[in-house]
Each structure stands twice: as C-alpha cells, then as structure tokens.
Design a protein around this ligand. Structure first.
Ligand code: AGP
Length: 613
C-alpha cells in the first residue's frame, strides 16, 4: 500500500503535503513525490512535480521542507513499490506528456499491461514500469476538458484496486479523487480541503472527514467538496468527526499493527491472487518459465527462515500432491553451509517477506553458484533477494510493520497455491476443469478468512484463559504440521511462552513425557485422511492430563468427543486449509501477548528483518 495526501486552500500546499506524507510513511517509504498547481513566468498554469527515491527526508531536503515549491493546491505520495522497483522514474506522481494531468495512486491496476500495450500502439510514451503511469496516460487520453467525465471513463476501463488523487493543469486550485477498494478520505477545514489515504495525514488540520464510497468521484476546491457517481450525477455524502488520537489513527483504529495486519489478510490475499487469474485460469507471467521448462524440473529445493520456512513446509505437501514434483525443504541457515547436492533441472525457491534476510540471501547465492534457477517469493519490491533471483513472484501484502508476520505469510501461501496449480497444469496433471474449480475456491479464500476473523471474541477468551501458561504445544499431521509450526512460532515470539510444535505422530517418541496436568495442546486437523489419527493423538495427551484445543474445519464435529475447546474454520479444499487455520493461531498468539501486557508489535530480542547471520 502507499500513502496519498492532497490539499487545496489558502496556504502553501507543499509543506502541508510533506507533513501529511510523514504521517503515512508506515504505508510505504521507498520513494516519495509531490505535484503542485503553479504558474509559469507568463502566468500560464503549470503542474510542478518533484520526486525523490528513498525516505521522505530526501524529498524534504530537496524542497527545503516544501518552501521551494509555490502553489496552494497539490497532491503527494509515499510509495510501497508493487510494479517497478524503487526509483525516481517509478516514484509518484505520474503524469502524461506536458503534464496536462498528474496523479498519485494507491493500489494495483490488474489490467494495466493490456492498457499499456494499447496506449503504446497509439503513440503514447510510457517510461516507467508502473501501472500508475499507465493510468495517467489513459486519463490524459480521456480528458477533453471535463474532469468528471474523463475520470468516469477511466473507472469503467481499469480493473483492480485504486485510490487516485488527480490534478488537471487547466484546473488550478482543484483536486479530483476516486477510489475502489483502496482507502481514501476527504477532509475540510477553514484553511481548505484535503484528501488522504488515512486519517493521520490530516488530523493536525481537521477531524471533519468523509470516507469516500467506492467508485465515487470527488472534486475539491478551497471552499467546496462535491461528490459524483460514475454516471456523473452529483450525490450528497455525510461527514463525520474522527475521535482517534493520531497514534491510534496510524493503525486505522486498531490497537496494534499486528492486529491491523491480521485483518488486512483478506485484502492482501485478494491483491496477490486476483492479478494472476485470467478467465478462470492461473497466469503467472513473472515466472518466466515455459511449460516445457516446468515439465523438465526434476526437483524443487525450497529454503527460507522462520515463518517463511513454514510456508515452504506447506508448499512441499501442496506441490507434491498437485504437481508430483519432489520438494526438499531446508532452513536457509542450514542450506547455505551443507554444500547441498543440487541435480540438474533443480528449481530453487527462496521465500522472504523482507527480501533481505541474510541467511536466505546467502542460500540464494549458494544455489546460483551451483547453476540452479532461483525463483524468489518476496514482498518488498527491489529487495536484494528480488533483485538476485532469476525471477520473482511478488506478494502484494503491502508494508508489514509488526515483527510477527501475518499478512505476508498468508500471501506467501497464496503464491505457493498458484505455483502448485501452474506446475500441475504444465505437467498435464491438472485439466481445465480442475484448474477452474481450484481457482474458484482460491477466489473464495479471502471471504472465508473474513469469516474466521469473526471468531475473535471466542479466541480472545481462550487466550485469556491460557495466558499464564508455562508451556503450550501444537500438534498436527501433514499440512497441519506446518500450520502447527507457524502457530507455535507466533505464540513464542510475541508472548514469550515456551511452545513446541510437533508432528503429531512423533509426540510419543519422547516429547509426550513433557505433557502433564493442565498443559494446553493445540491440535490442528483439517486433513480428512489424517483426522482420526490426530484425534487419537489428542486422546493420548488428554489421558496424561493435557487440556486440548482442537482447530478444525466445520463438519469435523467428532473432535468434540475428545477436545476441551474447539475452533472451527470454514471448509475449503484441504490443500488450501493452511490459509484458514493460521488465522485463529495468529489471533490466539496476539491475545495471549495482549493479556500479558507485552509489546506486541516490537517483541523483545527480535527484528523485522534479520539482515545479519
Ligand atoms: C515471523 O513472524 C518472524 N518475524 C520471522 O520468523 C520471519 O518470518 C523470518 O525472520 C523470515 O523473515 P523474511 O520472511 O523477511 O525472510
């Protein structure tokens, strides 16, 4: 996600824009820029654009805190790259030739490639790698003097999620805005009118705001704000008063970034999956491998750290089931030193949210040294792993601030599902019907995640009940074992409670000696063929005094004959179940840490990205 701010009023705009962007840096910080309506030496209206790569302070210094940029109407942007790596060229605002139109964008335009090709064929010169510049040229093409009409046409043409702040050169003093799925608010005060991705950007100036409804176009002047539907009819909207303090507002009203990011998972998964689905089929253009090359893959070697490693574990089950390609999984810190034997046609997949984890980067380099093709699954565009991999599959989770990963993890799972389907298809193991059925279910996952999030009160009560535990165990079989590992890590890293995850069948080979009265064991069970086995493992621990929390899919009601507490998640294809069972495990860990009064977003001893060995 990115940060957008705009102001038109009776004060110099640039300092207000920079101040607002400062409050939105948590939304993106790899580059920033502003565009301000101004006039040239002949008094003709112009749009002045200033952009800088890096943190916002670079732009502040370039513009002397905005003082160098005259004008009382402008838009600003701080970027989290999704299309096109961090650079001045890719930074927003983007504009069409001779800056008739300039705009800033938060979101993902899913059909930008086809629009780009069409514009290039019509002679437009598009320089950056961004979907946003395409939107700027398309709007320029549509603009014949009526901004509302041009924006309406744009809305009908583009697909995806967007929040747009727009300037038209021949409309000095006016800002236009429109959104679909990405947040955007308008604010008003004695000094003028504002747009912002999020309240913190403008709280200093006004608390009188309106959350723009999807697909409504807004026209702002210093004294008025007008709303229009896509049929260009003016509509009335009500304003409300924001009561949050600025710190709370940065988290969108959530108590912690972690909780906010847990709740952002449906959108993050949607943003990662949808652009890779065309007419019901999986299309992963960035994979850069033909079906023949995929068919020749003899083995997949996956490597990562922490939660990303748990995604690799999940991927093993998923890819072997779906594409029948043998998958090996290694911790990157082990892989990099074990002088691995990598046969010909081994594809190495490195998963990393930050793209900067030292062990994972070193593992990538070891693989490349051995002549292997490396695919990165990365969340930070332009990061080291993204740059050094032969091809990169970006997860579009947006910036993840909390140390404990949640939404990035979920988007990595989604990436693996898409890859497994693409591999299975390329190897002739998934026909069109099955592909369409799997895609249909994939597209339903975000709604099913939403449904699990509705269980939060029940999960919080359970967390409060066990927040003073000394040890908590997680067990699972197959895919559920990988989910157990993730649930255990989430709990450990933010609540500091000792926890272990075990392949349920392995428990009796030693660790069951640790089970005693009152110890909580979380049994994760979504794989029908292993359900009875898991239940018997739950009986084993229960007979030794454990309290058992079952996490399973609706319909597996037999679990209540054994467990003490049950959390159900919606049914889905069992190969996708990890995306649903991880939600209660994330919430459980969060509420335990909350009950203990700990710093959920910044747990002790941990860093968001481990860039050292
Ligand atoms: C997970 O909650 C932790 N923050 C940690 O295990 C993390 O997954 C690991 O350090 C890998 O980070 P990366 O995905 O940025 O490479």
């Amino acid at each position: 996600m990115c940060g957008i701010v705009g102001f038109t009023g009776r004060r110099q705009a640039a300092p207000i824009l920079l101040d607002g962007l400062e409050k939105l840096e948590y939304r993106g910080y790899d580059s920033a820029g502003i565009a301000v309506s101004s006039a040239d030496k002949d008094g003709q209206p112009v749009i002045e654009v200033v952009k800088a790569k890096g943190r916002l302070k670079v732009l502040r210094e370039m513009t002397d805190e905005g003082r160098f940029v005259p004008g009382v109407c402008g838009i600003g942007h701080t970027r989290w790259a999704t299309h096109g790596e961090p650079s001045v060229l890719n930074a927003h605002p983007h504009y069409a030739k001779d800056k008739r139109v300039a705009l800033v964008h938060n979101g993902i335009i899913e059909n930008y490639q086809s629009i780009r090709e069409r514009l290039l064929s019509e002679g437009y010169e598009i320089e950056s790698a961004t979907d946003t510049e395409v939107a700027a040229h398309l709007l320029d093409k549509y603009y014949k003097g009526d901004p509302i009409e041009a924006i309406s046409r744009l809305v009908f043409r583009v697909r995806g999620s967007y929040a747009l702040g727009i300037l038209f050169r021949d409309r000095p003093g006016e800002i236009y805005a429109v959104r679909k799925d990405s947040p955007l608010i308008v604010g008003r005060s004695e000094e003028g009118s504002f747009i912002a991705s999020d309240a913190p950007a403008i709280l200093r100036y006004t608390r009188d705001v309106c959350f723009i409804p999807d697909l409504e176009i807004v026209r702002l002047t210093a004294d008025e704000i007008h709303f229009y539907n896509v049929d260009q009819e003016e509509v009335e909207e009500t304003f409300s008063r924001i009561e949050w303090d600025s710190k709370a507002a940065e988290k969108g009203g959530f108590a912690h970034f972690m909780l906010k990011e847990i709740y952002e998972q449906p959108k993050a998964v949607r943003d990662t999956v949808n652009p890779r689905i065309q007419d019901g089929r999986v299309v992963i253009g960035e994979l850069g491998m033909s079906d023949e090359e995929i068919a020749r893959i003899s083995r997949i070697q996956m490597t990562a750290c922490g939660s990303a490693y748990h995604v690799c574990m999940t991927a093993k089950y998923m890819i072997e089931q779906t594409a029948r390609i043998p998958v090996d999984v290694d911790l990157a810190s082990e892989f990099r030193y074990r002088d691995p034997v990598l046969a010909d046609h081994t594809l190495v997949i490195v998963i990393s949210q930050s793209g900067e984890t030292a062990d994972s980067l070193a593992a990538l380099r070891e693989a490349k040294k051995r002549g292997c093709r490396v695919l990165g699954i990365v969340n930070v565009v332009g990061s080291s792993i993204a740059r050094e991999a032969d091809s990169v599959f970006y997860t579009w989770a947006g910036p993840e601030i909390a140390v404990a990963t949640t939404k990035a993890y979920s988007t990595q799972l989604a990436a693996v599902y898409l890859l497994a389907i693409a591999f299975g298809k390329a190897r002739g193991l998934i026909d069109r019907t099955k592909e369409e059925e799997m895609v249909e279910e994939l597209l339903r996952l975000p709604d099913k995640i939403e449904r699990v999030l509705e269980e939060k009160e029940k999960i919080q009560r359970l967390a409060n009940q066990f927040s003073n535990s000394r040890d908590i165990f997680f067990i699972g079989r197959g895919l559920d074992y990988a989910s157990s590992l993730e649930g255990s890590l989430k709990l450990k890293e933010i609540s500091y409670i000792h926890s272990e995850a075990y392949a349920a069948g392995e428990l009796k080979h030693g660790t069951i000696s640790l089970i005693e009265d009152g110890i909580l064991v979380v049994g994760v069970s979504t794989q029908s063929e292993l359900f009875e086995k898991l239940v018997s493992n739950m009986v084993e621990v229960k007979s030794r005094g454990a309290r058992v929390l079952g996490v399973t899919s609706y319909g597996n009601y037999g679990i209540e004959n054994v467990d003490d507490y049950t959390i159900y998640v919606p049914k889905t294809w069992e190969c996708f179940s990890a995306s649903l069972v991880v939600i209660p495990l994330q919430l459980f860990a969060y509420y335990v840490a909350l009950a203990k009064g700990l710093d959920v977003d910044k747990p002790r001893n941990l860093a968001k990205s481990v860039t050292v060995e």
